[in-house]
Ligand binder design. Structure first.
Ligand code: C2E
Ligand code: MG
Ligand code: MG
Length: 716
């Protein structure tokens, strides 16, 4: 025996006590002694006794009485007791065994026999304890893991479900029967077929030894809980399954909560939204609303300050959101409670169960945005961050929760487009527009190979010499169903999708080829020139300069007769790169024109630092010029500025003679606009050039010098 076991010897006769204890000590025991019942009880209290050797006959209290006390009042039911009785006293032996004595020895004690019985009892005790410990451990483990236990006897068909198993689904221990259907009938329709198949596989001869399966089970509260089932399969020697037993764990939390913020996740949100939608559809509820929120510029924070700060920011945002939405860390958040969820990344969604209208939802959104305005203190920094929110109403017309989210998302995108940091409520027109856009995008992908693009040309007029000097190439899309689609409709889509690169190249080639033809056919002096618009996306293209060089070479065009029009947005992107690209283009010999000047971010710096040789006054100024002194002043300043910097100044959008007169009086030499001509197809321009014509006042008239002043009396 590895450890010293302690035995209590109870005997009123000193001789017996001493003899026994000496021999027991020699056998390796720790021995305590007591001379009667009372002192035995005292010993038991003071020492860790593992077994009692108890004399049945003692004067103060008989061994039988002490045994009764131990098993009864003192609840020492597990302490092994061996009675020592007189040989003749079989009556006492029976009574003692009846009262819970574990064994007996007869007096005078045959020591080897006593020793064997003591050891047997101690072993039994150890075994029982080990079993209890392992049972406890298992029970504790199961409890700790929140596991329910089930045990399916495949022969009788009976299933044992533990109390915890039932509790997981909201039942009392006495509520469910022992049928397998108690389980299977509660499995979510979408998970059932799979589970049944898995069970069948396990039961099959030679099937898998273990089962690991996830499924949703119906709780008494009407929700589905995600559960993880683990089990082992027992087979008989023939290999057929006879028993399947294992655990069932509620993993809903893992499935449905966002670990970073503790908010509900997308899965739970959609589930809840689905229930809410169902309530609307069966008329149990009037309305509810969904807010879809996306942080503005989150990527910048994440990329520049790192993921740790990014995460902290999301957590803080989650807290503010919850606060603003007056909370719902969902613990079965049913019945009229709002739900805040994180969808992943920097996207959040809120389900406002009580919102009756989009106005009410927008009011909550405004509260959220107000809450977001206070700077966030993260890692000793003050960060200002805003969010864009889209709102959509949950109503019976929707079929799926995903449809509502799609609409809220659309509205959110609109909020982003409107300058971020605001909330936009969804309306049906947005969907029409979005679908229209999607359609347009897919058509656009095929437009090039279907040859649907054409380049139109709008004349640029020398307003002093009264003659056409060049053209701006403007793309047109001849859509098979929609007819002519204006560039403002499809250029942004082409830019977003990257399609602008092949399209832009197409325009450039068309324009170069056409102008070269016209120059050959109509060798005017100075030669006709062409302007081509360059998109920001083209400008960012790594091999732009190379492409332009190739095209010029391909058609043998003098680069001086090609102008590239660039808007200021190209420049603010990355000034340094812009400078390098412009310089390289300049090197090629092409002209550079700054388009739509005066809008957006116009800065004098662009004019002084960058190699532009031409600027185009935006047509919005021309519109105002004749009524508004300020606009008129602005145009005058731009013209003077351009002239002083030796740039060619072109006024865009000249629509009437009044504007033209005004511009000329300011010293603006070149004009483009409907007053002279709209953009028209190349063939029409060619016919007119062939007719040795010039465009004036919306009509083609005889060439310079011979124009009919009657057509433009204001010039007479
Ligand atoms: P933009 O470069 O500023 O072109 C001038 C726009 O003003 C043209 O519209 C033209 O038709 C219009 N316009 C000309 N005169 C008048 C006038 O007197 N009154 C009014 N109200 N408008 C006038 P368009 O052709 O619809 O093109 C719109 C924009 O689309 C262009 O603005 C340009 O930014 C872009 N775009 C057109 N073609 C191309 C192209 O091939 N490539 C790229 N990247 N963009 C293009
Ligand atoms: Mg232009
Ligand atoms: Mg323009």
């Amino acid at each position: 025996m590895s450890r010293e076991r302690s035995v209590l010897v109870v005997d009123d006769e000193e001789y017996n006590r001493d003899l026994l204890s000496r021999r027991l000590r020699r056998a390796g025991f720790h021995v305590e002694v007591a001379d009667g019942g009372l002192s035995a009880l005292a010993r038991l209290r003071q020492c860790q006794i593992e077994l009692i050797l108890l004399d049945s006959m003692m004067p103060d209290m008989s061994g039988i009485e002490l045994l009764k006390l131990l098993r009864g009042t003192y609840s020492q039911s597990e302490l092994p007791v061996i009675m020592a009785t007189a040989m003749t006293d079989s009556e006492h032996v029976v009574e003692a065994l009846h009262l819970g004595a574990n064994d007996y020895v007869t007096k005078p004690i045959d020591f080897p026999v006593a020793l064997a019985r003591i050891r047997t009892q101690l072993q039994r005790k150890d075994a029982e304890e080990a079993l209890r410990v392992s049972e406890d451990r298992y029970a504790l483990a199961a409890q700790g893991a929140n596991d329910g236990i089930w045990d399916w006897d495949l022969i009788s068909g009976e299933v044992y479900y533990s109390a915890r198993w039932k509790e997981t689904l909201g039942y009392q221990d006495d509520q469910l029967t022992n049928s397998i259907d108690e389980w299977l009938d509660r499995v979510h329709a979408d998970d059932k077929a799979r589970l049944l198949e898995e069970l069948t596989q396990c039961r099959r001869n030679g099937g898998p030894a273990e089962l690991l399966s996830e499924q949703r089970l119906l709780h008494t509260d009407g929700t589905y809980r995600w559960t993880m089932v683990r089990a082992v399969v027992r087979r008989n020697p023939a290999g057929s399954a006879v028993r399947m037993a294992g655990s069932m764990t509620d993993v809903t939390a893992n499935k449905t909560f966002d670990p970073l913020t503790g908010l509900a996740n997308r899965v739970l949100f959609i589930e809840q939204l689905g229930r809410c939608l169902e309530a609307c559809r069966i008329g149990e509820r009037n309305h509810a609303a969904v807010l879809f929120l996306d942080m503005d510029h989150f990527k910048v924070v994440n990329d520049s300050l790192g993921h740790v700060v990014g995460d902290q920011l999301l957590v803080e945002a989650a807290r503010r959101l919850e606060r603003a939405v007056r909370s719902s860390r969902l613990q079965p958040a049913l019945g009229g409670q709002d739900l805040v969820a994180r969808f992943g990344g920097d996207e959040f969604a809120v389900l406002l169960q009580d919102a009756l209208s989009l106005e009410q939802a927008s009011a909550v959104a405004r509260r959220i945005l107000a809450d977001f305005q206070a700077p966030m203190q993260l890692e000793g920094r003050n960060l200002n961050i805003s969010a864009s929110i889209g709102a959509a109403l949950v109503s019976a017309e929707y079929l799926e929760p995903a449809d509502i989210l799609r609409d809220a998302d659309l509205a959110m995108y609109r909020a982003k487009a409107q300058g971020k940091g605001c909330c936009v409520a969804f309306d049906a027109e947005m969907r029409t527009r979005a679908m229209d856009r999607m359609e347009l995008e897919s058509d656009l992908r095929m437009a090039l190979e279907r040859n649907e693009f054409v380049v139109y040309y709008q004349p640029k007029v020398d307003m002093d010499a009264e003659r056409v000097v060049g053209f701006e190439a403007l793309i047109r899309w001849r859509h098979p169903v929609r007819g002519l689609v204006p560039p403002d409709r499809f250029i942004p889509i082409a830019e977003e999708t990257g399609l602008i690169l092949p399209i832009g190249l197409f325009v450039l080639r068309e324009a170069c080829q056409t102008i070269q033809q016209w120059q050959n056919e109509f060798p005017w002096k100075p030669p006709l020139e062409v302007s081509v618009n360059l998109s920001v996306v083209q400008f960012r293209q790594a091999d732009l300069v190379e492409r332009v060089r190739e095209v010029i070479a391909e058609f043998g065009l003098d680069p001086a007769h090609l102008q590239l029009e660039i808007t200021e947005s190209v420049l603010i992107d990355d000034m340094e790169r812009a400078m390098a690209v412009l310089a390289a283009l300049r090197e090629l010999g092409v002209g550079l024109k700054i388009d739509d000047f005066g809008t957006g971010y116009s800065s004098l710096k662009y004019l002084t630092d960058l190699p532009f040789d031409s600027l185009k006054i935006d047509r919005s100024f021309l519109k105002l010029m004749c009524e508004d002194e300020g606009a008129s002043e602005m145009v005058r300043n731009i013209v003077e500025l351009g002239t002083r910097m030796h740039m060619e100044v072109v006024a865009e959008g000249v629509e009437n003679s009044e504007q033209m007169v005004h511009l000329r009086s300011m010293g603006c030499k070149f004009g483009q606009g409907y007053f002279f001509s709209k953009a028209i197809p190349a063939e029409e321009i060619r016919i007119l050039l062939a007719g040795d014509s010039q465009l004036w006042g919306g009509q083609w008239v005889a060439r310079a010098g011979t124009c009919d002043n009657a057509l433009r009396p204001e010039l007479a």
